[in-house]
Design a protein around this ligand. Structure first.
Ligand code: BGC
Length: 250
């Protein structure tokens, strides 16, 4: 394995995914491996599951490649500072240090949407875009990344904007559509309210929409009327892995 390879791990509410990335091209050089997120999402259990996944990758590569981990929380200085859809035990935890000890190498620990945004700006839908790009991931929650002229402003947490008296992600995330069995049209109305508000506040030059549901973008993106273009993420479910790996040896 070449030195411009790194492992990206994406920890989510349902699964923990990982792969080795070629940082020159942004391509996966191994298959993506996945384990289920342990019930309850508690730190010790997630760490054990991640360790199992990474050990498998180390055995295949025959070395310990640099490693980036992305996670659904505010992450500052290697500490996880919030817990929206995971165990509250993560709040205030020195997660990066904990993972470094267990996995035996330097690790870069970051927010999952920031990783996806970084990946799209370096290898995907936002390459070379001047000005402000807002990436949102529509999943269990809404993750956000702000990238201005290619520079990431971390931990924006725009899924938790209060809109019409609600935490925005509770109404507009993909999980809300599933939970309430909304049609694409009904869900798109909520997305319209959300993205219009983001546009009013930030005047971005481009919106990029990620998360698993972005592979069905033709059902909802054309229904949205915004001034800035709104496009699906190129790397969809792999964007977190890619960004985490790229940020590990930036
Ligand atoms: C969390 C964010 C995360 C997003 C997507 C939100 O609930 O607060 O930190 O990026 O979900 O996983």
């Amino acid at each position: 394995m070449a030195t411009d390879h790194a492992i990206g791990i994406d920890i989510g509410g349902t699964g923990i995914k990982g792969a080795v990335i070629d940082l020159g091209t942004g391509e996966l050089v191994t298959d993506r491996v996945k384990v289920r997120t342990p019930e309850g999402g508690r730190p010790a259990d997630i760490l054990a599951a991640t360790e199992e996944l990474v050990t498998g990758i180390d055995q295949r590569t025959g070395t310990k490649l640099p490693l980036g981990v992305c996670f659904p929380a505010v992450v500052k200085g290697g500490r996880t500072l919030s817990a929206a859809n995971i165990s509250r035990e993560w709040i205030g935890l020195p997660a990066e240090e904990m993972f470094e000890k267990a996995l035996g190498r330097d690790i870069h620990f970051i927010n999952d949407a920031d990783a996806a945004g970084y990946a799209e700006s370096r290898y995907g839908a936002a390459v070379g875009v001047e000005g402000l790009v807002i990436l949102t991931t529509l999943g269990t929650g809404i993750g956000s990344a702000l990238i201005n002229d290619g520079v990431l402003v971390p931990n924006s947490e725009l899924g938790h904007l209060e809109l019409d008296g609600h935490d925005a992600e509770s109404r507009a995330a993909y999980s809300a559509m599933e939970r309430e069995s909304l049609s694409w049209e009904k869900w798109a109305k909520r997305l319209q309210r959300y993205y219009s508000h983001l546009e009013f506040i930030f005047s971005p030059d481009l919106f990029v929409v990620g998360g698993g549901v972005s592979k069905h973008h033709e059902h909802f993106l054309p229904l949205l009327k915004l001034t800035a273009p709104i496009v699906p993420a190129v790397h969809r479910n792999n964007a977190g892995i890619l960004g985490a790996a790229a940020l590990a040896i930036r």
